[in-house]
Design a protein around this ligand. Structure first.
Ligand SMILES: C[S@@+](CC[C@H](N)C(=O)[O-])C[C@H]1O[C@@H](n2cnc3c(N)ncnc32)[C@H](O)[C@@H]1O
Length: 351
């Protein structure tokens, strides 16, 4: 996930941000206990380098709990009956007795598809619309199940409304109230696009969610129910670097392509991040926008721009925007699941 020296115990401890630790006492205790387990550290080291993410181990354990594993299901189903420490030690004891539960899932990837990030994307698109971008094609790189291909179908901070409501707190002054641009093509690229009609894909994405946040699991179900009514998207299977040209070729001249990724480049190797940046910049003659929302610590090889203001909270993801040919610019910070945004786009340039 980053080019830092791999230290599994440290990765476990840092995998939950200080802000999220406050609302995730059970998962916080679990990552701390796993950090102290040499077996859990070894299992993380056995994952592919780009998947050495403690969330993969947490998702594997949660997956088996959801599949009614006789040891894990009771612990997860009745979590509140245990203290966080008791839960963490009990789950770690199961892992130490039955490492195959995790080892057997290490071929998978953490593909968490978080619709809350669409609230961040909608804010960016609203700002672009205020700057005259009225029509776009949306290319979502690392699309997983494609839940962020529909920023125009979610309702952000709207009560008493039909449809899926996303809640996002605006920190700071800048808000955008422009309507979203019209979205023409919706194109998702992923090494392994997940299918909302495949039961195991759905179960794996639920396992990637945090059991202490049942509201996210409920919202995921709600989105799947609604998504069948939304426009069909094009899904391209393969690596972003290999497929971006094909995706751009699908975009007609009637709208501006927006190449977007959230928490996807964080999973590219440093070399792939360099290739990705070079590939994007090779399209300098194409009129398109590159928009991303990633943790800058995990995407150093994309060379994210210096932030013009510090994040108001630790562990945030940086919002970066550029028109191809221009330098990428810092447009703010947001919680990695879109719980809050601190939006500070630079003034629009006269053209
Ligand atoms: C953590 S998920 C994020 C999903 C989604 N972007 C979101 O924000 O909800 C990362 C996704 O990126 C995909 N991915 C990782 N490396 C990729 C690559 N080189 N090309 C295309 N997709 C990739 C993974 O398969 C996974 O579905």
């Amino acid at each position: 996930m980053s080019d830092d020296i791999f230290d599994p115990a440290r990765y476990y401890r840092l995998s939950i941000s200080p802000e999220d630790r406050e609302r995730l006492p059970y998962y916080s205790a679990l990552v701390d206990t796993l950090a102290d387990s040499s077996l859990a550290c070894q299992l993380l080291a056995e994952a592919r380098p780009e998947q050495r993410n403690p969330m993969l181990v947490l998702a594997a354990l949660h997956y088996h709990a959801l599949r009614a594993d006789h040891d894990l299901a009771p612990l997860y189903t009745d979590m509140a009956a245990l203290t966080p420490d008791a839960f963490a030690h009990a789950v770690t004891a199961v892992l130490e007795r039955r490492p195959s539960l995790v080892r057997g899932e290490l071929h998978r990837s953490t593909q968490t598809n978080e619709p809350g990030r669409s609230a961040v994307l909608a804010t960016i698109l609203g700002e672009l619309s205020g700057r005259g971008v009225s029509d776009v094609h949306l290319i979502d790189v690392g699309t997983s199940m494609g839940l962020n291909l529909y920023p125009d179908y979610y309702r952000v901070n709207e009560d008493d409304t039909e449809g899926v409501v996303l809640t996002m707190e605006y920190l700071g002054e800048h808000q955008t109230s422009s309507p979203l641009p019209r979205i023409h093509q919706r194109i998702g690229i992923d090494l392994n696009p997940l299918d909302p009609e495949n039961a195991d894909d759905v179960l794996w994405l639920k396992a990637c969610l945090w059991p202490e946040q049942p509201e996210r699991i409920a919202r995921f179900d709600e989105v799947l129910d609604e998504m069948v009514l939304w426009p069909k998207a094009t899904r391209l299977r393969g690596s972003a670097v290999d497929l971006i040209d094909e995706a751009l070729e699908l975009c007609g001249p009637e709208a501006m392509p927006v190449i977007f990724h959230s928490w996807a480049a964080a999973y590219f190797s440093p070399e792939d991040q360099v290739h990705w940046r070079e590939r994007i910049m090779s399209h300098v003659r194409t009129r398109a926008l590159w928009v991303y929302f990633e943790n800058p610590w995990c995407v150093k090889s994309l060379e994210p721009p210096a932030a013009t203001a510090a994040s108001p909270r630790a562990g945030a993801s940086q919002i970066v925007v550029c028109e191809l040919g221009d330098d990428p610019a810092h447009w703010g910070w947001a919680h990695s699941h879109g719980r809050w945004i601190s939006f500070s786009p630079p003034p629009a340039r006269a053209r």
